[in-house]
Design a protein around this ligand. Structure first.
Ligand SMILES: Nc1nc2ccc(CNc3ccc(C(=O)NCCCC(=O)O)cc3)cc2c(=O)[nH]1
Ligand SMILES: N[C@@H]1O[C@H](COP(=O)(O)O)[C@@H](O)[C@H]1O
Length: 200
């Protein structure tokens, strides 16, 4: 299955998806990486893997919808069938979600539905919880609220900072995201008409 990955930064999750897709039992073929920010390390990771890259800057468009439709056109042109958000930091419109519903994934650095939003690690530390983790979910119009595909638990340790916690959670992300990508690319799961994950 042809996969497109949307990024905005370092791309360590992108790297994990690339590495998994190169294994011979993989059902995923990453054919395009789009970043809304130029010059980020994730673009260099894609180039090093020989994957086509595009920079599509949201600032170049008059509206969110036009930006999303430019990304949609690039994805369609590359024949993409599954889109993975990997550190992509723009909210996508309901229109984009509808076009890609059931074929659009995201990874979030907490155990959803707890700690939604952009500073999950900070909220985890402030809440004083002992267990956090990561969640791969289908993207729904409501942010961080789509059907959950897979999660992995990660301990919060004494003295953890946002940085030490993010580093430990990312190790789990790099296992969970490739797992979820393969589940969808292999047809083991799908999003059913009630927006629930159905195992085939
Ligand atoms: N509609 C939809 N789109 C998303 C886009 C990105 C992510 C990734 N996680 C994200 C979750 C939240 C944000 C956020 O609130 N950023 C500050 C505002 C940025 C902006 O103005 O665009 C970004 C990415 C998840 C979703 C989602 O669950 N649903
Ligand atoms: N969506 C969140 O943004 C971060 C992206 O990191 P990277 O994949 O760009 O290294 C990850 O922590 C992920 O949970």
């Amino acid at each position: 299955m042809k996969v497109g990955v949307l990024i905005s930064g370092s791309g360590t999750n992108l790297q994990a998806l690339i590495d998994r897709s190169l294994q011979q039992d993989s059902c995923a073929n990453i054919v395009l990486v789009i970043s809304n920010v130029p010059g980020v390390q994730g673009l260099k990771r894609a180039e090093a893997a020989g994957i086509s890259t595009r920079v599509i800057k949201h600032k170049d468009f008059k509206s969110r919808l036009e930006f999303d439709m430019a990304m949609d056109a690039a994805l369609k042109e590359a024949g993409v069938e599954l889109v993975c958000l990997a550190g992509f930091m723009r909210i996508v419109t309901g229109e984009f979600v509808r076009k890609w519903n059931g074929r659009l994934l995201n990874i979030h650095p907490s155990l959803l539905p707890s700690f939604k939003g952009v500073n999950a690690h900070k909220m985890v530390l402030e809440a004083g919880v002992c267990i956090t983790g990561c969640t791969v979910h289908f993207v729904a119009e409501e942010v961080d609220a789509g059907a959950i595909i897979t999660q992995e638990a990660v301990p919060v340790l004494n003295g953890d900072t946002e940085e030490t916690l993010q580093e430990r959670v990312k190790c789990a992300e790099h296992r969970a995201y490739p797992r979820a990508m393969e589940l969808l690319a292999s047809g083991r799961i799908k999003l059913n008409d009630h927006n629930k994950v159905q195992w085939m």
